[in-house]
Write a protein that binds this ligand. Sequence first.
Ligand code: IDP
Ligand code: MG
Length: 138
Amino acid sequence: MERTLSIIKPDGVARGLIGEVIKRFEANNLKIVAMKMIYMTKAQAQGFYAVHKERPFFDSLTDFMSSGPIVVLILDGENAIAKYRELMGATNYKETAEGTIRRDFATDIEKNIVHGSDSPESADFEIGYFFNSFEVIC
Ligand code: IDP
Ligand code: MG
């Protein structure tokens, strides 16, 4: 079993897609073991995306991620990291497979509805960024 961090981004929450995204997790054997709604400050978004701090889109991305409430979840399952990346689709929604969350709902390369960890190391960092051990169901 493996754990991964998911975020339903401000565009997903604002557009009423929380249920739609969660339905896809439940239909694909990704078990929710922690979940909450929060509203990040700009500084919190910068800390979360610190790996991208040199990228040209960093300022815009962290403005967007602190522009409204988000839902953060921990998903547990076999190959959860890769499985969720597949469900989510590629960063550029125009180039990603049919039936993925981003292909179905993203409107922009930045406003792409969901985040997912990309490796076991990033999953560890990202889970620890949002959750303490009392908030995770075992
Ligand atoms: P990922 O979310 O598919 O892992 P990353 O490369 O880690 O993609 O980028 C993090 C987030 O930054 C993306 O989900 C997207 O919101 C935004 N982003 C990535 N590339 C661009 C870009 O070229 N322009 C604007 N925003 C971008
Ligand atoms: Mg990424």
